[in-house]
Design a protein around this ligand. Structure first.
Ligand code: AMP
Length: 281
């Protein structure tokens, strides 16, 4: 069922809650692909009711152009979700989410400060605020997020813990194309030439992870990865860096959950990815 107003959503959620049914939430910005669908499958397996939200949240975009050019494919999204047993697709208009007079913002510090937080000022405040609102609107018991957006996942974990939100946050594996490219709504914007070069990102990242876990010098491996990306045709590497996977601070401590994260531009499209850096047992 497609719901577009808060009033209708509240009515549906109240009916489920009255029966004691559990609610799983999958927040998305639409332009759905198999990565999103894997979150829906996880929610479907664990919850009585599943709500997929489709909302291109204006407050998390840094540029009006990026917001305007973000793909919107409502009909195709509905067709992809139809066979999956989703109970509600909630696709509100912006004024349902941000009515006149809206004045509250959730700012997470620490985990939200480096990497995406440093390069996209205000991005995580936009994410945290809309996610908190979606938790409130849907009264979800569980919410499913992709590890593809690793730092975002840590920001949501931090917010939920700090604000005692009664929702369990579940991070799901990154789905990749056969050649390793992480699935993303933005991949649709890649030219054929850029698409052919795009797997270099995951290849470079797995090479760094392998080198570091084998005891190699992190700086050398990261330098080689930057060069490999530029050689493959990437215009610019914004960052490729090792950070603690929970605190998100720079780290090379293999005794902690270590994460390699990258953002790079290819054919005018900004790609992000991350991989675990785990020593062999
Ligand atoms: P988005 O529509 O890009 O905001 O993404 C909605 C959710 O899908 C987020 O929790 C993302 O992390 C997740 N997601 C995006 N791409 C993938 C992927 N390739 N694999 C798994 N989850 C993903």
């Amino acid at each position: 069922m497609l719901i577009t107003t808060l009033a209708d959503l509240h009515q549906q959620v109240a009916a489920w809650k009255a029966k004691g049914e559990s609610i799983g939430l999958v927040p998305t910005m639409g332009a759905l692909h198999a990565g999103h669908l894997s979150l829906v499958h996880a929610a479907r397996a664990e919850c009585d009711r599943v709500i997929v939200t489709i909302f291109v949240n204006p407050t998390q975009f840094n540029s009006a152009q990026d917001l305007a050019s973000y793909p919107r494919t409502e009909a195709a999204d509905a067709a992809l979700l139809a066979p999956l047993g989703v109970d509600v697709i909630f696709a509100p208009a912006p004024d349902q989410v941000y009515p006149a007079g809206f004045a509250t913002q959730i700012t997470v510090s620490g985990v939200a400060d480096p990497l995406e937080g440093a390069l996209r000022p205000g991005h995580f405040a936009g994410v945290a605020t809309v996610v908190a609102k979606l938790f409130g609107m849907t009264q979800a018991d569980r919410a499913y997020f992709g590890q593809k957006d690793w730092q975002q996942l840590q920001v949501v974990h931090r917010m939920v813990a700090d604000l005692n939100m009664a929702v369990q946050v579940i991070g799901c594996d990154t789905l990749r194309e056969a050649d390793g490219l992480a699935m993303s709504s933005r991949n649709a914007r890649l030219s054929a030439q850029a698409r052919a070069a795009a797997p270099a990102l995951y290849a470079a990242m797995t090479a760094v992870a392998a080198s570091v876990t084998a005891g190699g010098q992190a700086d050398n491996a990261l330098k080689a990865a930057r060069k490999a990306l530029l050689d493959a045709g990437f215009e610019r590497v914004e960052y490729i860096a090792l950070h603690d996977g929970e605190t998100m601070q720079p780290s090379t401590d293999l005794s902690r959950p270590l994460r390699l994260l990258a953002a790079a531009w290819l054919g005018g499209v900004r790609l992000i990815d991350n991989v675990a850096v785990t020593p062999a047992p």
